[in-house]
Design a protein around this ligand. Sequence first.
Ligand SMILES: [Zn+2]
Ligand SMILES: [Zn+2]
Length: 326
Amino acid sequence: MALSRQSVAKTLEDVAARRPVLEPVLRAFEPLLTAQAQLTEDLAESVRATGLRLPELQPEAIQEGLSLLAGMPLNGLAAPLRSSAEKLLPLLAGLEAMAPHMAALEALLLAPVKKASKKKTTATAAPDPRESLAEAVLSGNSEQETRLAEQYNLDPSVLLFAFGFVLAPVLRALVAQSLPEEGEAPWDAGSQWKQGYCPVCGSFASIGWLDKPLVDEKNAYLAGGGGKKHLHCSLCGANWKFMRRVCPSCGKDGSGVMEMLRESEAAQGERLDWCTQCKSYCPTVDLREREGNPDLDALALGMMHLDMVAARKKLRPLKPSFWNTF
Ligand SMILES: [Zn+2]
Ligand SMILES: [Zn+2]
C-alpha cells in the first residue's frame, strides 16, 4: 500500500509512447482522471467532517459476500458529493454522449445542500437525492436508481455513468481515511474476502495486478517473491487479494479455468485474464515485468487495445468502463 504510484499523466504518457494510436483517446480522458485523483485529496477534510467511517468487518457478512458499505446510511455525504460534481461535471460536458444531459445532471447533483441532510431523523426532511443515489449504488438497489433517474428525466445508464465519476473521489477519501497507515487492509488479513467484486463498495474489479517481490529494507533481504494477485476497484480505489486460478466473475476454481491473452511484444506485463467457462475478462498487469507502479485507473484505460481484441473474441468485460460503454 505504501508503494508510491505514478501520476495519471506519467502513466498515460508511458502508454502513449508505446501506443501512439491511442493518444487521442488517452488525451480526451486525462483531465477527468487527473481531476478525480486531485479531488480525492481536496475532499479529505469535507469527507472527514461527515463523521462517516468504514464499518468494522463482520466475519459472517464477509463469508456471505456482503460488501462493507451495502445498506449503510450516508447522511452528510451530500456536501462532498456536490463539491465533486462542481469540479467534474464541466469536464464530463466535454464528452459528446454526456452533453445533451448536462442540465438534468446539474439539477440533481448541484442542487443546494440542505442542512437537514445531516440529521434524517425528522420525519419531514426529504432525503438528499445524492445521498439516496449513493446508497442505492452501494447497495445494488437498481429500483431506487431507476426511480431517481426518472424523477430527473435521465436515462439510468447516463445517470450512473456520470454519478460514478462524482462518487469515486468521495469514496476514495473515505476509504483512505479508514485504512491503517501500515500493513494490509482488514479484508486481506487471512484472505477472508473471496469475491471478484469490491469488499468495500461492491463494484466489480476494473483491473488486476500481480505484485513485485517485496524487499525488506531494514534487513535488505527478499521478504517475498511477489506475483501475488490483487484486484483493484476503480470506484472506491480499494485493492484486495484474489486467487490466480479462480474466475472473479463466475467463481469457478481449477487449473485451466483462467487463460491469459497478451501481445507478443512490449507488453510490460499487460495482459487480459479471461475465463474459459463464462467468457468474462479482466485486464491485468504483472508488475514484476515493468518499472515503477502505474496509476491503475489510468492503465486500465491505456490497455483498451486489449479490450478491442477481447471484443473480437466475443469476451465480455468484468467491469464495463467508460471508454467501451459510450
Ligand atoms: Zn470499491
Ligand atoms: Zn468465469
